[in-house]
Design a protein. Sequence first.
Length: 498
Amino acid sequence: MLETLTKGFTSAREKLSGVRELSEENIDQSLRDVRTSLLEADVDLTVARDFLARVKERALGEKVATRVRDASGKMVRVTPGQHFIKICEEELIDLMGPVDSALSQAKGVTSLMLVGLQGVGKTTVAAKLARHLQKQNRRPLLVAADIYRPAAVLQLQQLGGQIDVDVFVGDEAERPASICARAKQRAVAEGFDAIIYDTAGRLAIDAELMEELAEITSETSPANTLLVCDALMGRDAVNTARAFGEQLAVDGLVLTKLDGDARGGAALAIKAVTGVPIKFLGTGESLDRLEAFRPEGLASRILGMGDVVGLVKDFEEVVDEKEAEQDAERLLRGKFGLDDLLKQLRTIQKMGPLRDVFAKLPMFGSIAEQVDERELKRVEALIQSMTPAERSKPDIIGKSRMSRIARGSGRRSKDVRELLGRFTQMRQMMSQLGSGGMLGKIPGFGKMAGAGGMDPTALLAGAGGKPGKARREASGSRGHQKGKRKQARKARRKNRRR
Ligand SMILES: Nc1nc2c(ncn2[C@@H]2O[C@H](COP(=O)(O)OP(=O)(O)OP(=O)(O)O)[C@@H](O)[C@H]2O)c(=O)[nH]1
Ligand SMILES: [Mg+2]
């Protein structure tokens, strides 16, 4: 997802690391990489040219403040490279935003019509949006207005069945506009507060399709008309959006299949060219892979800086807050075991493909590529062949237990040993995340941290076999330095003895 764009900005950032000030020469050099990646990502040419010109003008013209206050009020140094990236970030956000992904309502009912070319993902988006509304405690009705493709009605019924949403189906040979009008009547009569019309797609925009959509519009006056485009279309998505926009009042776009596209040029340019904002992103086939579009999040991801806000939102979707609090409490009491690890791994898996999760984390962006989904399954199998006692107290696992666990899961003792080693390592990693404030943002953990006014990292102290060490490492740099000083003293004493 978006790798092509990220590549250019990352190499621009690398070129500027260490330069003392921004000059026309080094800006041009960096922008050359950005230009290449914009073009490779299939960004509209005019949009790319304007973007580069604006960034250059600002980078040359703005006086760089070398010291600024950060969010916590501390003075920090800003390098010319960081300033350059900040300009890029602001310009990217400007290009894609502003966006209000809230859906319009009329008389308390959210009605929306999905339109677009064949196969772009309209029917999938219809079901995803129904799910999205359901999560907001709305009661949606899906309407099968595609009467042309033989399996279209069945497809919507199946998707509706998955999420327990009613699907309105017309009579044989009934016209789409009539189906939609009757569905609207039923929605009103039966107290549905959202209605989603899934229309037919065509290979190309033709007069017949436009007429049909106009007819549905005049029969039902949907509060939202959303055009669905597919990221794989690249620059063609922009042309399609322009053409639809000329004939239909389009309120917003849904850009699908972003997961299958490394380029992402459409995401960047579509608003600038057509004036229509992207409202949602589709990032996978399953029905929970829909994101409300946040230009800040996408800009940050494009720049290779991750999207922590988006990640926290994902967490909120899949984490049961109460359960998370209980977990945190167990952590506090030092009872974090492999069972908890297993649960956490499953939670992470619920958030979608691992590489997407990692792509939203700054620093981890580049390892997202290397994440191996199968590894998770292997870890699951290993933990599953442990006894409850072993899971809660991994310290008791000696040689013979190791080989039994290995046999049970079809792996080798070495794998068990590695897992246990990594488990210890993971606890350390979590403590580092905690000291960066990440854990505080995750539901459950934040509360714990607030309750006793304590550092969330302290939760991790004593979680394993060596509480003292864990506490030192968890409490951040000060404790760490203390530890180092102690080590140095020890070494000096040892030297003296020699
Ligand atoms: N990877 C990925 N696949 C998607 C996404 N959205 C939809 N698809 C897939 O794209 C294919 C077409 O999706 P549909 O929802 O049937 O598209 P449509 O626009 O309704 O198609 P027509 O009704 O034939 O015009 C299906 O196989 C979907 O699973 C997405 O965000 N990511
Ligand atoms: Mg369809």
